[in-house]
Design a protein around this ligand. Structure first.
Ligand code: SME
Length: 165
């Protein structure tokens, strides 16, 4: 399976909706073939990065009282994020998807890359309903995420739920 090259970015809202829809089946196939959560997160982040060309796409896992960097695509990132800290720790604390149109206006935003302008973080629950990880996506474009992205990414992330112990 070969994804679209990074030059074929889904730019318009309509293209983006199609790209999300086209991703459901390959993701299902990946998760059927492989039940290891780390492997699944690695390929999931690759699928998203290849399809949309975002600056950074990756996961932080809940490990004890903090988030710890998991599989990702993009530049080197900070490794540990506390509960309630930054966008990721706040999404974990509030157990809801956060769309941040301008990271400079988010109090406590953790700037892993100076290029990031907007961000979305989606909490992922385990089989008991507890937040087990978050998906974090950073864009170099301001205001790059909206409710369409939030809903589509939440639906895709639900596929990871059965893989958590
Ligand atoms: N900006 C995030 C930190 C993680 S990096 O963006 C990869 C935050 O504020 O939680």
């Amino acid at each position: 399976m070969e994804n679209a090259p990074a030059t074929a970015l889904a730019r318009t809202r309509a293209e983006r909706v199609s790209a999300y829809a086209a991703m459901g089946e390959p993701l299902r196939a990946l998760l059927t073939d492989e039940r290891d959560i780390i492997a699944a997160m690695a390929n999931f982040s690759a699928l998203l990065k290849e399809a949309f060309g975002w600056h950074w796409v990756g996961f932080y896992r809940v490990v004890g009282a903090e988030l710890v960097l998991g599989p990702f695509q993009g530049p080197v990132a900070c490794v540990r994020i506390g509960f309630g800290k930054g966008v990721c720790g706040t999404a974990w604390q509030e157990e809801r998807t956060l769309v941040v149109p301008d990271v400079e206006r988010f109090p406590g935003h953790i700037a892993c890359s100076a290029l990031t302008r907007s961000e979305i973080v989606v909490p992922i629950r385990d089989r008991d309903g507890r937040v087990a990880a978050v998906l974090d996506i950073d864009s170099i474009l301001p205001d790059d995420f909206d409710a369409i992205d939030a809903h589509a990414l939440e639906v895709l992330c639900e596929q990871l739920q059965p893989l958590f112990e």
